[in-house]
Design a protein around this ligand. Structure first.
Ligand SMILES: *[C@@H]1O[C@H](CO)[C@@H](O)[C@H](O)[C@H]1NC(C)=O
Ligand SMILES: *[C@@H]1O[C@H](CO)[C@@H](O)[C@H](O)[C@H]1NC(C)=O
Ligand SMILES: *[C@@H]1O[C@H](CO)[C@@H](O)[C@H](O)[C@H]1NC(C)=O
Length: 413
């Protein structure tokens, strides 16, 4: 990092009040596995389990949401997760759905309504806001080829970020750091730089499991993770990087060399979570509770919100992913192009009923190298369902999103 970049980053940090705290949390959509809406009691259960996980290497007392709007609400009814967070003292990374719409006004309204009702009890819990989720992936070459759904471009996102800041300037949220969440390869695409410039922190979704063609066996997962993470850090000029989604499925198909087993979920937890993230980087693990019946890949670290997870969460004292091996892993993978799959859960600000999940989660694979195949459609996780408050047409894909998968190609790595 150049000194100027460092200073710019430090200044942004100070200006935005970004704290160095390495939040620990999970992702949470606004619907359950049967696509019904989650209500306050559902989130209370989630947040209570998250904070009481046996042998957890820290307290998971933060949550990443995808929208401010309660599922299927026709008006800007605030998501009931807010009330559950207040009751359980859970920190909130707000999500604003930003694709397929020309306004985030309903999202802003929903939050304003909630603040009117709860005041400081709510605003004190808010640690950040992400304007958008994988919108840039969906308008990228791979995203489009793979019918990942309606996205939004850098200019739209920058406009929405401005709208958000304007709406909350001079309020209790004025200093809440604003970010945008996207797949890692989006951040190294120079066309998206205006978004980097507009945010206080950068959110990245990273799933080595989906990185076919790159030696994505579990033993290599830590190296693949680091390589993508480092690429993002190198591209964002010193802005803090938050890991907004990562995890390894315990059930699902074998994806090239990646096997979905609980043992591998544990390995990934240790080698990526414990070694690289927990206590060091704000992290929102994927996930505590699966909510998409169509997705054959399951990620939940617990069953039925039990506080006894399906594998021991204890962090080991030493790791198998070592700097030396990292070098060799990089060189073996070089020349294949990098595919950076990612999976997300997402939401919609629009009209979607959450019914066309199939549209949203497709997995792509690196096209420009031609070296990879192994793509598959990954059914969406319906992170958000909304009732049409903004009556946006054609956003159905957004309504669902989730488990979108992406493989970007970056020979530069
Ligand atoms: C780079 O980003 C721009 C804007 O988001 C997008 O239109 C373009 O397709 C991206 N490039 C690739 C190779 O995906
Ligand atoms: C979790 O809930 C499902 C559905 O109610 C049930 O079939 C399963 O046995 C439960 N698992 C455990 C470990 O309790
Ligand atoms: C997109 O996904 C399809 C299968 O879903 C695959 O055949 C294709 O290669 C992928 N395209 C790109 C650019 O990754």
């Amino acid at each position: 990092m150049r000194a100027s970049e460092f200073l710019a980053g430090a200044a942004a940090l100070l200006a935005s009040g970004v704290s160095a705290e390495a939040y620990l949390g999970f992702n949470s959509g606004n619907t359950l596995a049967d696509r019904s809406a989650k209500f306050k009691k559902d989130w209370v259960q989630e947040f209570t389990t998250a904070q009481n996980l046996k042998n957890a290497p820290g307290t998971f007392n933060a949550v990443r949401l995808y929208t401010n709007i309660q599922a299927y609400s026709q008006t800007s009814e605030p998501i009931e997760a807010f009330e559950a967070a207040i009751e359980t003292d859970t920190k909130i990374l707000l999500g604003v759905w930003a694709s397929g719409t020309n306004t985030i006004e309903p999202e802003i309204k929903a939050l304003q309504n909630a603040i009117k009702k709860h005041g400081k009890k709510l605003t004190d819990l808010i640690i950040g806001a992400s304007i958008g989720s994988e919108d840039l992936y969906r308008v990228s070459v791979t995203g489009i080829k793979n019918k990942s759904g309606v996205g939004a471009g850098p200019n739209e996102l920058v406009k929405f970020i401005g709208d958000w800041k304007k709406a909350f300037q001079g309020t209790a949220l004025a200093n809440v750091p604003i970010g945008h969440v996207d797949t890692w390869d989006v951040w190294v695409n120079g066309t998206n730089k205006p978004v980097i410039d507009a945010v206080d922190w950068v959110g990245v979704d990273e799933y080595p499991y989906y990185e076919d063609g790159k030696g994505n066996n579990i033993e290599n997962s830590g190296y693949l993770f680091d390589r993508a993470f480092d690429a993002v850090e190198g591209a964002v000029g010193g802005k803090p990087v938050w890991v907004t989604e990562t995890g390894w499925p315990y059930i699902g198909q074998t994806w090239d060399k990646a096997e979905a087993t609980a043992k591998n979920s544990q390995f990934f937890w240790q080698e990526v979570g414990c070694r690289k993230l927990f206590g060091k980087v704000p992290t929102f693990w994927y996930t505590l509770r699966d909510s998409n019946p169509d997705n054959e890949m399951k990620f939940a670290i617990t069953e039925n919100l039990s506080t006894t997870p399906r594998f021991d969460l204890t962090c080991p004292a030493t790791f198998k992913t070592t700097p030396k091996a990292s070098g060799s892993a990089t060189s073996t993978a070089s020349g294949t192009g990098v595919s950076a799959p990612s999976s997300t859960e997402s939401g919609s600000a629009g009209s979607g009923s959450g019914s066309d999940a199939e549209e949203s989660g497709s997995a792509g694979s690196g096209s420009s190298t031609g070296s990879e195949s192994g793509t598959a459609t990954v059914p969406a996780e319906s992170g958000v369902a909304t009732g049409g408050a903004t009556s946006v047409k054609g956003v159905s894909a957004a309504a669902v999103a989730g488990m979108t998968l992406l493989i970007g190609v970056f020979a530069m790595l």
